[in-house]
Every structure is written in structure tokens, then in C-alpha cells.
Design a protein around this ligand. Sequence first.
Ligand code: ADP
Ligand code: GLC
Length: 501
Amino acid sequence: MTRLNILMAASECVPFAKEGGLADVVGVLPKYLAHMGHDVRVVMPLYSRIDPERFGLERLPGVLVVPMGIMGNQYCGVWEGRLPGSAVPVYFLEHEGYYGREGLYEEDNVGYMDNDNRFIFLSRAAMELPKLIGFAPDVFHAHDWHTAAVPVFLNTLYRDDPLVGGAASVLTVHNMQHQGNFYPGAMEVLGIGWEHFTFLGLEKDNQTNLLKGGLYHATVLNTVSEGYAREMQTPEYGWGLDGVVRARSADLVGILNGVDYEEWNPETDPHIVANYSRSDLSGKKLCKRDVQRFFGLPEREDVPLFGLVGRLVKQKGIDILAEAIHRILALDVQVVMLGAGEPWSHFYFGDVRNEYPEKFGLYIGYNNGLSHRIEAGSDFFVMPSAFEPCGLNQMYSLRYGTLPIVRATGGLDDSVENFEEQNLTGNGFKFWSHDADALFDTVGWAVHTWFRRKDAMAALIGNAMAKRFTWEDSAARYEELYCRALRKRLGVGVFVRRFGG
Ligand code: ADP
Ligand code: GLC
């Protein structure tokens, strides 16, 4: 088939700006699409933490004029760079007023007051950028609420646009909890008309809900696992938008994220003290000692080490971990945690560290190198998430022979296979109820297995390290999704004439 022109709009992208897994996906998927022959480009903000010099960015001539409804035109400079190790162009929007700040979305746990304008701007700029760079997208690919206005614009203000009007749109939902819910007046900044402020449009509880707009308007939708694609249609996981998702279920698919195995490979990882492989695990012992030393824990080989890396927010189940942690630490175990998030958790787990300095290690903050070391050095990796659209760390853990202990939800359920005692199959430990007892019991099961079933541990580690979640597979499914969107947008006849089937 002919190649597609794809414009991906997102608020995060590795290695330029990252808060969570969204950045990993946006930083890797385009490279695989490019390998497949597509012309894919990314647009994102030039946050002040992105240093143009470090990434060799170049300022394009001219300015981008971005209409912002009632606020009139806004102007921004556009810088161009490449995704490292590829020819994929990334366009950075330079707007001091919106992006010249420390955080991506917030500072000191308080979201910026003008996040509506900041991300409506990003979405609208994505619609205008093609003119400046002379690129006619076949598909706009938006991610999460930050760019959910892209499909809305495409169906309204840009429907008849000569350059982009024929394009299809794909919205990938990485998280239903965060929706971009703003005051009604945000409609005036979108400038699409109040007729869209309805139950069957952007209105939700008398607010302008950008994600809801995207869910209605995108040509097709996906999320990052099949499990979450089902869950997000239920009241328990839909955060009030499950009805909208159900209404669009015929156009919704789940595509599990892949792993960037160039970055996450214990055989070559430069962040860890010793490399190791499935056939020679000796380096993993050194990695364990490295983590124990880093956290000031006794350097014991004969104790199971549990790791956790992630945003310390309720989504990740840190509240049930907080409830279970004293019981867990009463066992002969060590636990280390790396993350930052809700302030209560920093204090709470800080106290736990003071109480159990020999058993519990804590690093509050963001540290990529340390996250690799914890993945490599731990025996088990804990993810007790309340919900998890995909989750990346359990997949990294498998590759590092670090057995995941997960709540069976969303992508965690889809990517981890429960240990089966009879025939030694599986690669991790699962629990279902989202409560401290279930978590504690499952940690207990893992501890028992570690001390008493060395045969089973070896089998599980072997199974885990053999498992792969490749981006080749996921990117092929995105290609399929783009074609599906285009067939729907253009009609099958036009699609076949233009793209050859
Ligand atoms: P989410 O996107 O919901 O935060 P994911 O599991 O998809 O969850 O992705 C989280 C990503 O962010 C992983 O790559 C993880 O290693 C990384 N990460 C999260 N917190 C930290 C931290 N404190 N230090 C280093 N890396 C982190
Ligand atoms: C979101 C989800 C996480 C997922 C990531 C990348 O942040 O919380 O589960 O892995 O997006 O898709």
C-alpha cells in the first residue's frame, strides 16, 4: 500500500518531555511507523525544560498563526528536531506565555489555571501546522485529553479545509480519569459554536469536556490494552464517560503498547552495574546488591527484594500498599520505592522508611537510571493499580526476570500470566480485589515461592524473560487502525483508489 502521512499531536514525547508512559509511546511508535514506510511527524509544545541546543533543534522560518476563538489569533515559533535514531520530524511550538514554565501540567501539585487554553492551543496549532510545513496529513493521531480537540476541529472548523479536510482522526485514550474538564467558556476559545455544548457533544455536567469531544468526534478510537477497552465501557472504570465510549464501541479497539527493547534490555542496559541474560543470570545478583547498597539496606542475597517505580497516585494503588506495608515488612523481605506524586504519600512512606531503615528504601523524585537499576536488581515488582490502561513497568520487569505482582486489571491483566503451581506456567502473581488483604496475600504467595520453591522461581523467571511485547506488532495494528479510519472517512472506493487497498 502507499505510504500514509500521519501527524501525531501529543503533550509528551520521550526524550524531550515525559511524565508517564504516554511519552514512551509517542517517542517510539512513530519510529516503527516510519520503518514501515509512512511519513509520520510529531507536534508538541516547546516546554522550557526542553533545551533546543541539546537536541539540535532548528527554528523554522515564519510564524504559526493559531486562531484561539474569542481570544483572537495567537502566534508561535516552530522548531524542528528529530526523534533520536530516526528521521521522524518533531515540531515544537514555542509560546512563552503557554509553555515557558517549569512544569508540563502543574507546579507544586496544582494544575495550571490556563491548561484549557494551553492544550486547546496545542490542538489548534496541530491543525494549522500542515500549512506552514507543507504537509497534508491523511491521519491526525491525537493522544488523551490534551489533544482530544484535534478530532473536534477536524469535524467542524476544518471539515472543508483544502489541505487537511479529508483527513481521518484517531484518538488514543491512555487514561480515562484525566479528561480536560473546564468551564463552559472554553467553548468560546475552541470557537466551534455553542451547538456542540450538548449532551451528545462536549458538554458534561455543564462543563466543557475535551476528552468527551474527542470520543465523539474521532473517526476511530483506541486504548492501550484490550482489557481496558472493555473496562472503560463500564461505570466502574469510565469516570462518567463510559456511556459515550459504549456509544462508540463499534469504533473502539485495544492495542497493547510495545516495549522499546533497545532501552530496556538487561543484556545491554548501560544503567545497570552488570548485564545479564536468560542463560546467565549471575549479573542480576550484582544488580540486587547495587540496589541494596543504594538504599542503604543490608546486602543480603537471602532475602526477596520487592521494587516499585511509578507515579505515587491512587491510580497506582499506593493507598492499598500504604495499608498493607506494615504487614509486608513484618516478613523477611526488603522493599524499595521510587516515585513522586500525592504529597501524603511522600510523608507516609517517609515515616515507613524511618521505622524500617533495614527493610525499606525510598527515593522521592524522578530518576530514569535508578528505575533501570530497580528493574534489574529486584526479585519482584509490585503494581497494585486500581486501574491500568496498559502499564509499562510490568513489561520491563518481565524482560529483566523480575516477577511482577499485579492487580489483574487492564493492561496488567493482559500482559502478565498468573503462576500456575501444578505445571509451572505463568510469569507473575495476580490478584483481583483492589484491597490491602489481597495485595498482602499475593506478596505472601510470592515470598513463599521465593523461599520454598526455587524450582518454580527458576521456571517463572525463564518464562518472564522469554516474553516479548514488540512495537513491530503494535505498530502494525496502528497501521490497520489508520486504514480503518480512512476507509470510514473516505468510503472504501476512494480509499482503494488512493491507497491501493
Ligand atoms: P503511567 O503512564 O500511568 O505513569 P506507565 O507504566 O505506562 O504508567 O509508565 C510510566 C513510565 O514512567 C515508565 O517508563 C516508568 O519507568 C516511568 N516512571 C514513572 N515514575 C518514575 C520515576 N519516579 N523515576 C523514573 N521513571 C519513572
Ligand atoms: C497512561 C496509563 C498507563 C499506560 C500509559 C501509556 O499513563 O496510565 O497505564 O501505560 O498511559 O499508554
